[in-house]
Write a new protein. Structure first.
Ligand SMILES: *Cc1c(COP(=O)(O)O)cnc(C)c1O
Length: 391
């Protein structure tokens, strides 16, 4: 195989492209994490993250761990053995989060959902009303199911919890939505938010966090699950109010630049850009779906994700073939199918540091890969994407 030349096009839905200015910012020499000059950068980073989260009160705990670590931290700090959780089914990530909770000794109830259409909000309210003794301790939702390309209307879920007058905590995974489309922790009454560094925040993988409401922090005080590395009370007693041991200082130089980029563009403009790029990708997929070609996995236009699209192969064709050709022949990396969707879908990440030209490059590579793989598909995808971007 001839070694690839030119820039590696990275179209995975996480990790995402790291802007050059962030890469340069993270190239920082070691510094004592108690050094006052680092502390200024650290505190500014925490304050900026709270602005992106729209967190108005409560605590923010950060960890040297990928998103899975933040899941673990959040569950173990909030609950006691045998506590009941209501998980809204969305796909691979809701299932693996639930499985982790079960391993920790929690009891999981699921609001079942069609992965392609998304949960019925009425079913969430029904499950809460059925729990008339209020035994469910928390309801868990993955804001953006990265495996399927569907998002959840969190304000509608909050309204369902309120309509059922249920006291459960509201836990949300925003790992692939934060900094890509709208999220408002305090206004939407979210009690614990799990986020990660390597998606919308455009940083390397390895740092994650939980934003915690005052109500959730009170629940933490009552929790009886063992927490070792991730003990919030112990973290709060430290000068950094987060982390055990060494603080990963380079992340905070990167985060300073990430926040500068996000706030220079403006969160609303960041969201508008993600929506515009997503519209282009969806228009291309719609064109491919002609001639019995691959189609959007999401069948519910109201839930189509602005940060990732999963594309379902026609029966009898393997999505991995498309990914392999894209990678080997065109130096373009696409996301694969997760869990039961392995081989059935490939995914295009359209979140983070991206523009129309980069998305067009990816779409063109996919189009050429579909042709080379002999997969039936409709024409005109690139023109459709360009038209859909709008002004
Ligand atoms: C990526 C992702 C995770 C897992 O995060 P890691 O950093 O890979 O551990 C969890 N939830 C969602 C929705 C994700 O997209």
């Amino acid at each position: 195989m001839i070694p690839p030349r030119g820039r590696h096009f990275f179209a995975n839905p996480g990790p995402t492209n790291i802007p050059d200015s962030i890469l340069l910012a993270t190239a920082h020499a070691s510094i004592d994490f108690n050094d006052p000059s680092f502390f200024t950068v650290y505190e500014a980073g925490r304050a900026g993250l709270k602005r992106v989260l729209r967190q108005e009160n409560g605590e923010l705990f950060l960890y040297t761990a990928s998103g899975h670590g933040a899941w673990d931290a959040t569950l173990s700090n909030l609950f006691s053995p045998g506590d009941r959780l209501l998980m809204i089914e969305s796909g691979y990530f809701s299932e693996t989060w639930a499985a982790m909770a079960a391993r920790l000794g929690l009891v999981i109830e699921t609001v079942a959902a069609d992965w392609r259409h998304g949960v019925e909000i009425a079913a969430v309210e029904k499950a809460l009303r059925a729990d008339s003794r209020g035994q469910i301790r928390a309801i868990c939702a993955v804001h953006n199911e990265t495996a399927t390309g569907l998002s959840l209307p969190l304000p509608a879920i909050r309204a369902a919890i309120d309509a059922a007058r249920h006291p459960a905590l509201f836990l949300v995974d925003t790992i692939s939505s934060l900094g890509s489309f709208e999220f408002r922790m305090s206004e939407w009454g979210v009690d614990a938010v799990v986020g990660g560094s390597q998606k919308g925040l455009m940083l390397p993988a390895g740092m994650s966090f939980t934003a915690v409401s005052e109500r959730a922090f009170a629940a933490h005080k009552e929790s009886r699950l063992p927490h070792g590395y991730f003990d919030w009370s112990m973290m709060l007693a430290r000068p950094h109010k987060s982390f055990m041991g060494t603080v990963p200082v380079t992340f905070f130089y990167g985060l300073r630049e990430s926040l500068r980029l996000i706030e220079e563009e403006g969160l609303e403009n960041v969201f508008a850009r993600h929506h515009r790029l997503a519209r282009g990708v969806r228009a291309a997929v719609k064109a491919w779906s002609g001639n019995r070609g691959p189609e959007l996995f999401c069948t519910n236009p109201d839930r189509a994700s602005d940060s990732v699209s999963a594309i379902l192969m026609p029966e009898g064709f393997d999505a991995e073939t498309v990914r392999t050709i894209a990678r080997e022949r065109f130096n373009v990396s696409l996301g694969g199918g997760l869990g039961p969707l392995m081989g059935k879908v490939f995914r295009i990440g359209h979140l983070g540091d991206l523009n129309e030209a980069m998305v067009m490059g990816t779409l063109a590579a996919v189009d050429m890969s579909l042709s080379r793989a002999g997969i039936p598909h409709g024409g005109g995808a690139l023109e459709a994407a360009m038209a859909a971007f709008g002004d």
